[in-house]
Write a new protein. Structure first.
Lengths: 611, 219
């Protein structure tokens, strides 16, 4: 271990997150590989080690004998300061080697608030921030992840982006990089060739011009790069690689458990939900595959919990059979099985009873809108009747905590809808009084609201976000409407949502803002400990950019959007249709009821969506 | 099987695993190795394991002891290899046996340590250190559960020798493990408080062996 590191560690909180050495980490001989990849997660160890995508891609990249992929996380503030003081550069956990020994830095970016941390990690690696300033081929600095479906604010910093699912694409890219390294290609040549790999977006090969009003005039692809980059997917998830021997953290992380991914995509089409559109088409794993992989992963890790992941667990058709298969193994071994993302409408007594056999957690419902009219407008197909019915069963079954999540500021929302949230919480409380088995234990109903953020590639991508002031007015209206001691109201502050709204639909000009915020100390901004709203506003002012332009402006449907070069499968006219249906509060049937021909099917290469 | 005791080493990167995290790591390692720990009864069952004399983060050891109970039978001689195979880097199980001595009888710890001096002469330091720790009493300020207090650490030091190395002084000591407990970190602390010019730039320690009152190895 580096002597400087050894002296720092006794002084920082939770040092085990900075040392590596965990069970199942992958070690290779650096002399025997052709490429060393630093897989960088722009947030803390505890968050990154809970991320299934990170775990999958760590293993797929390491499945190549010629590649050693290691993990790098962003140090917490105390460690960051100590490293700076000691002159210790950012290093990878497996080998402890600093990042200047690596051929590629691969970032996984899941949310916009991590952007400045990416810049910080590039700087901590001792590299110039901007792609154009890094003239050598190596190290290649690239990124993927869901926050890259509009990568524009980060376009100047990264050499390329991998759009969509990385299992196959990353390894194709690394194979090309290996050739380029062996044959001594220039960076320019490499990037041109890389742009021909499906899903690879090389921002320097796209010229953006702007209109006098600041909107994008045109996006022009150069040097043979495709006009639109189509997202990559893995067609068959049953044969796709899944890490049955994931790394077992030696210290507590956020989600310390075996994660099983049931399916990708979502049949529901909630209009505010970016994930529901960008992860299409729907591809499910077979329950046999999941039971086998789950048991194997439990054996190989010794975890005490297994969780079923997807955007909507109850839409997984073979769910009861899967639960039976897993519980057969888990129950006798005191292993807990948890199912997040259940829907209120088809939540069955059967599933609930099964879970109760092992461990019981609270009920959480993402209701999103306070009235049926608003829920129809956003295509959140949950009725109050279903919700109350589910709660009645749950209360009778002994549950006594319910969490309800809503968004304020959704398109078409009125004050009536907001008061409706309080009314609904009241009716759930009444439902508890009527159904609870043991009233002595009390009930806790938690209402949480966040500020709606219009996201690219969703039907609301043209919508305006409400202002901070308006959000606070709506929060206060709801506060005043809740008057039961059993109902607790938490609201997410709007400041982060404003910045997130600017970045998620931003363009390349925001790169200067990101750099400025970083220069002024901005990193780990997804944490309230470090987020500073003023720093963002000052930087935007200095570069002549405004929140009103990016976040609070309704965009014309004919406008060229900064992310129009990215094709996630779903066609724009489908998004427009869905948006129009919002204004008439018209529900769209779910994909299983009637296919809406959204366009994602063409990514399947002859396969069947939701087959 | 009841009243079992595991002896293991915690060195290298594993020294940064905290006591609480180590309990969790052990629990998972047993499960990976195919052994079922006995769980407590009750609403929130937890495995019945207990680690003697929790080690401070950053201190390594060749003589950690963990008491545990198993559901069902096991060949004790197989446990060390099977557990070591599924441990994080730095944890190596060296022995497993039925408890012989009660934990309360663990009296002394043999430790070694390194005091690093970046710009000072180690040979001169070794001499000064020996002189300092030969004092009849070493009263230092320490944080206790009830705030600050004074205590004499000298009675807790049974034997302490220093030897100069390159840029560092190595120490070898036998210290009291329980009643009173001497945290080895108090040795450089004492220097910082009483003779700051002897305080090392960095200090690290390793536990070597556990002893009974009569200096027989504790098992």
């Amino acid at each position: 271990m580096d002597k400087r590191l050894e002296r720092i560690l006794p002084r920082v909180q939770k040092p085990a997150r900075y040392t590596g050495g965990e069970y199942n980490q992958i070690l290779k001989d650096p002399e025997k590989v052709d490429l060393r990849v630093a897989f960088c997660f722009p947030d803390t160890y505890e968050i990154g080690m809970s991320n299934l995508g990170m775990s999958i891609l760590y293993h797929t990249m390491n499945s190549l004998d010629c590649v050693w992929c290691e993990r790098v996380f962003a140090p917490w503030g105390d460690m960051y300061e100590e490293m700076k003081r000691a002159g210790l550069p950012l290093y990878a956990l497996e080998s402890g080697d600093s990042l200047d020994r690596f051929d590629a830095l691969a970032f996984s970016i899941g949310y916009e608030m991590a952007y400045t941390t990416v810049l910080d990690m590039i700087a901590q690696a001792g590299l110039p921030l901007r792609s154009a300033e890094r003239t050598a081929l190596l190290p290649l600095v690239f990124a993927g992840g869901s926050a890259c479906v509009n990568a524009e604010p980060m376009a100047d910093f990264l050499d390329l982006f991998v759009i969509g699912e990385g299992e196959e694409m990353n390894n194709e890219l690394l194979a090309l990089l290996r050739t380029a390294k062996a044959e001594g290609w220039s960076k320019r040549d490499f990037l041109r060739r890389a742009a021909q790999i499906g899903g690879v977006y090389v921002p320097s090969l796209y010229e953006i011009s702007y209109k006098p009003d600041g909107t994008v005039a045109a996006i022009t692809a150069k040097d043979g790069a495709p006009a639109r980059v189509t997202k990559r997917i893995v067609v068959d998830l049953d044969s796709a690689p899944y890490p049955v021997s994931p790394i077992v953290p030696s210290t507590e992380v956020v989600h310390d458990r075996v994660n099983l991914e049931l399916f990708r995509g979502c049949v529901r089409g909630c209009r505010f939900c970016q994930a529901g559109y960008i992860y299409r088409p729907i591809r499910a794993k077979k329950p046999e595959t999941l039971v086998r992989q789950g048991i194997e992963a439990l054996k190989n890790t010794g975890h005490e919990d297994v969780t079923l992941l997807s955007l909507s667990t109850s839409d997984y058709r073979p769910l009861p059979g899967l639960c039976d298969g897993l519980l057969d193994y888990c129950e006798s071994r005191s292993i807990g099985l948890s199912l997040p993302s259940l829907r209120a409408d088809n939540f069955s007594m059967e599933i609930m009873e099964k879970l109760q056999k092992v461990r019981r957690s609270g009920l959480t419902f993402a209701v999103e809108g306070g009235s049926q009219r608003l829920r129809d407008a956003i295509n959140k197909n949950v009725t109050e009747e279903d919700l109350l019915h589910t709660c009645a069963i749950a209360f009778a079954g002994g549950w006594n905590t319910v969490k309800l999540y809503y968004m304020l500021g959704l398109p078409t929302e009125t004050d009536e809808d907001i008061v409706g949230i309080a009314d609904m919480a009241g009716r759930i409380l009444h439902c508890w009084r009527e159904n609870a088995r043991n009233k002595n234990r009390g009930v806790k109903i938690t209402v949480s609201t966040s500020c709606f953020i219009p996201k690219p590639h969703s039907p609301f991508q043209w919508e305006a976000q409400i202002s901070r002031e308006e959000y606070l007015r709506r929060v206060n209206l709801l506060r005043a409407s809740i008057n039961s001691r059993n109902v607790v109201y938490n609201w997410h502050d709007a400041d982060t949502s404003v910045v997130e709204a600017v970045l998620s639909r931003g363009d390349r000009r925001l790169g200067d803002v990101l750099e400025e915020v970083w220069k002024n100390g901005g990193r780990l901004e997804a944490w309230t400990d470090y987020f500073r709203f003023d720093r963002w506003m000052d930087a935007m002012d200095r570069h002549g950019l405004s929140v009103s332009f990016y976040a609070e402006r309704e965009r014309d449907t004919d406008e060229v959007l900064p992310w129009d070069m990215i094709d996630v499968g779903v066609r724009k006219d489908h998004l427009k249709r869905e948006r129009e249906s919002c204004y008439t509060s018209t529900l769209s049937p779910d994909c299983r009821h009637r296919c809406s021909a959204c366009g994602a099917l063409r990514l399947m290469e002859g396969g069947k969506c939701d087959g | 099987m009841d009243k079992l005791r595991l002896r293991f080493e915690k060195t290298g990167r594993a020294v940064w695993i905290s006591h609480l995290d180590l309990m969790h790591t052990m629990q998972r390692a047993f499960s990976r190795a195919g052994y079922e720990l006995r769980y407590s009864e009750g609403f929130n069952p937890h495995p019945q394991i207990s680690i003697a004399l929790p080690l401070s983060v950053g201190v390594s050891s060749r003589c950690e002891l963990m008491d545990f109970r198993l559901r069902g039978d096991a060949v004790l001689s197989e446990l060390p290899a099977r557990l070591t195979a599924v441990m994080p880097e730095g944890i190596r199980v060296t022995d497993c046996y039925e408890q012989e001595n009660k934990l309360a009888l663990l009296k002394y710890l043999e430790i070694e340590g390194v005091f690093e001096y970046d710009d000072r002469d180690a040979a001169a330091m070794a001499e000064e250190l020996a002189h300092f720790f030969a004092r009849p009493e070493i009263v230092i300020e320490r944080k206790t559960k009830r705030g600050r207090g004074q205590s004499d650490i000298r009675p807790a030091i049974r034997d302490l020798r220093f030897e100069a190395g390159e840029g560092a002084v190595r120490l070898h000591a036998v210290i009291s493990a329980q009643e009173p407990t001497l945290n080895p970190a108090l040795l450089p602390d004492a220097l910082r408080q009483l003779r700051a010019e002897l305080a090392p730039d960095f200090a690290k320690f390793m536990r070597l062996e556990n002893y009974l009152e009569n200096m027989e190895v504790f098992r």
